[in-house]
Design a protein around this ligand. Structure first.
Ligand SMILES: [Zn+2]
Length: 182
């Protein structure tokens, strides 16, 4: 039987970007947007605050965009300062590239395993789903979910008892499955 684990975001990730007011590199979105309409053109930004000095920086969401080409629900959500929209936008690689930011997901996610009943079986098949594209080391996830140390997980991989179609070394941010045989 296939078990399902989910990597869930618990809060917004830290936005990595240099602060122009202090030496910090860490910003947090508080879900607020600024929208400027000038005739038929719209500019919109997601606001982020420096975690050290509180200075506000603006991440471009829309730049001189014709109002008719903007989805009305997107405008509504920005006017409502929808924190869910901030989470969605930060996951957009185009927005990150355009604003030259990276994300730090440390302490901003958790692993839901649905309990540990399945862990004493001889063969365990587990599907891991990412509710957001959070880069995580599979070795760390499997260690946490199975109650093993990372060294034990790495030993199981070397011994061929822990197998997956994806490379389990390095980081992943997309769904994968693995099988653990003991
Ligand atoms: Zn600062």
């Amino acid at each position: 039987m296939l078990e399902n684990w989910v990597v869930m975001p618990t809060c917004l990730p830290v936005v990595l970007r240099r602060c122009h007011a202090c030496a910090s590199q860490r910003f947090r979105a508080n879900g607020k947007f600024r929208v400027n309409a000038n005739h038929k053109l719209i500019d919109a930004w997601l606001l982020v605050l420096c975690t050290a000095c509180g200075d506000t920086a603006k991440l471009t969401v829309l730049e001189r965009t014709n109002v008719r080409s903007v989805r009305p629900d997107l405008l509504d959500r920005m006017h409502d300062n929808d924190p869910g929209l901030a989470a969605e936008l930060l996951q957009d690689p185009v927005l990150r590239c355009r604003n030259r930011i990276a994300l730090d997901w440390d302490n901003a996610w958790r692993l839901d395993t649905g309990g540990s009943d399945h862990l004493d079986r001889e063969v365990i098949d587990i599907s891991v789903r990412f509710a957001a594209r959070i880069p995580v080391r599979p070795v760390r996830l499997i260690a946490e979910g199975c109650g093993l140390s990372r060294a034990e997980v790495e030993r199981l991989i070397v011994e061929g008892k822990l197998v997956s179609a994806v490379r389990l070394s390095g980081k992943l941010s997309g769904d994968f499955t693995f099988t653990l045989k003991r």
